[in-house]
Design a binder for this molecule. Structure first.
Ligand SMILES: [Ca+2]
Ligand SMILES: [Ca+2]
Ligand SMILES: [Ca+2]
Length: 459
């Protein structure tokens, strides 16, 4: 068959590497040739829709941010996209090849067909694959309906001997990504890390096994351990006192290196000049070597984008958005096969003045007066304020504009005590910051931006 396996290739952000070599499209032909005949596999009926953005659209800001992280983290290199050992996207409408223990498992329709577990009263698992598999990476998209208690969980199983003996990677109701093993029903936690579960949203869990190395990943949160209890076995999906959905199950040969680098240190600001900042950061370490740092920049809340991809932590100069009240920066590290570290802590930089800093004056200006709308013009509201005073001299004023959802922009940079500000609608406020030549600053009171109630008196 020549029909692209769109639901494999589409979550398939996985298969796309923004910087290296683009898109690796897997066809059913290549998948079929790679699959053991006994293994369950999906045969898509036509082109199934890709997981829609709608699954993400309702996520809160922070979750949307983690989605961004996940997108970047999922940019695995083509080298990792070797022929899969196993795949199931459930578009054939059945769960042939899966054996279950506990729970109520069935194939249902979420946005595409997916494997659903509907009983939250106990532990449940579904297992598939080959008991002779040794080193591999198993991944799946999971969507918990709820993780209401600390003991509730949704996750993956690997090197499964039986429903009570295996490794597991669980997202737990206590907010932990947990890597562990079940040996004849007895749990041993091997590693765990905080991970925010986006309840109701799809996310990708991945568990890589290479010899005695075990690495679990959810977005850029990773947990790792060494253990040699189980050397081979099938894969599985599992819930504990929780209901949820699974889709796009994928088993691949492992990368030659499965350990992500340590997170980079918090970025340090080396210098700020008009319109630009220069940063560096403490280096990451890796079992093989760090080959890239991805530097993220944003200027509103948690939204951010990849500003630069660089080979090391040499001082890096980044342009600032001229209306950003505050820009923030964070960094991830990657090794040669695309294993990605967690994010560094963030560093923020306020919008600098538009003139070079000079002198070593340390006395800041007096506070400017509260801005007042004195006229409504075709171009916006004319705003004026009582000038600030300074021992050396005020050089520049910035007018900050706070509007919908507390977004803040520097709407004007002026050398006089007036500016035209465009109203955005809704409740909005403004304030003025005065700078002297040495970039000492002072702020006016914050006031609501409203047109004058009566025509202002002429000055
Ligand atoms: Ca599906
Ligand atoms: Ca590594
Ligand atoms: Ca001064």
């Amino acid at each position: 068959m020549s029909t692209p396996v769109s639901t494999v290739a589409a979550p398939g952000r996985r298969w796309y590497t923004p910087i290296a070599a683009g898109l690796a499209l897997v066809t059913t032909a290549t998948l079929a040739s790679a699959l053991p005949a006994t293994v369950a596999r999906a045969v898509p009926h036509g082109t199934a829709p890709a997981r829609p953005a709608a699954a993400d659209a309702h996520l809160p800001e922070t979750a949307a941010d983690s989605r961004l992280h996940a997108t970047a983290a999922d940019g695995q290199p083509p080298a990792a996209a070797a022929a899969p050992l196993f795949t199931d996207d459930f578009e054939d409408g059945n769960a042939a090849g899966w054996s279950t223990a506990g729970g109520q498992w069935s194939v249902g329709t979420d946005t595409t067909r997916a494997y659903r577990q509907r009983s939250g009263s106990a532990a449940a698992s579904a297992r598939a694959g080959d008991s002779t598999w040794t080193d591999y990476t198993v991944s799946a998209q999971v969507r918990p309906n709820a993780l209401s208690s600390a003991r509730s969980s949704i996750g993956l199983l690997a090197r499964v001997q039986s429903s009570t003996s295996h490794y597991y990677l669980n997202l737990r109701g206590n907010g932990q990504l947990e890597l562990g093993k079940l040996v004849a029903g007895r749990v041993t936690v091997l590693a765990s890390a905080p991970a925010t579960a986006a309840i109701g949203g799809w996310q990708t869990l991945r568990l890589a096994l290479l010899g005695n190395q075990l690495v679990g990943q959810l977005g850029t949160v990773s947990v790792s351990a060494t253990d040699s209890q189980f050397g081979q076995g099938r894969i599985g999906l599992a819930t504990g006192y929780a209901t949820g959905w699974f889709d796009d199950v994928l088993v691949e040969p492992p990368a030659p290196d499965i350990q992500p680098p340590s997170p980079p240190g918090q970025p340090q600001v080396l210098s700020v000049v008009p319109g630009a900042v220069t940063i560096t950061w403490p280096a990451s370490t890796d079992n093989v070597g760090v080959t890239q740092y991805w530097v993220y920049q944003g200027d509103q809340f948690y939204s951010q984008y990849v500003a630069r991809i660089v080979p090391d932590n040499s001082p890096l100069t980044l342009q600032l958005n001229p209306t950003a009240a505050r820009s923030h920066f964070s960094v991830t590290a990657r090794d040669a096969v695309g294993n990605t570290s967690s994010f560094s802590a963030r560093t923020s930089v306020d919008q600098p003045p538009s003139f070079p800093r000079s002198g070593d004056d340390t006395v800041r200006p007096s506070a400017p007066g509260a801005p007042v709308v004195t006229a409504v013009t075709p171009n916006g509201y004319q705003v004026t304020w009582e000038p600030a005073t300074d021992d050396i001299g005020v050089v520049e004023y910035h007018v900050y504009h706070v509007f919908a959802l507390d977004e803040i922009r520097v709407d004007a940079k002026v050398t006089t005590n007036s500016a035209v500000i465009v109203p955005r609608g809704g409740y909005e406020t403004i304030y003025v910051v005065a700078y002297d030549a040495s970039w000492n600053r002072s702020s006016s009171p914050t006031v609501q931006l409203v047109p004058p109630a009566t025509p202002p008196a002429r000055r």
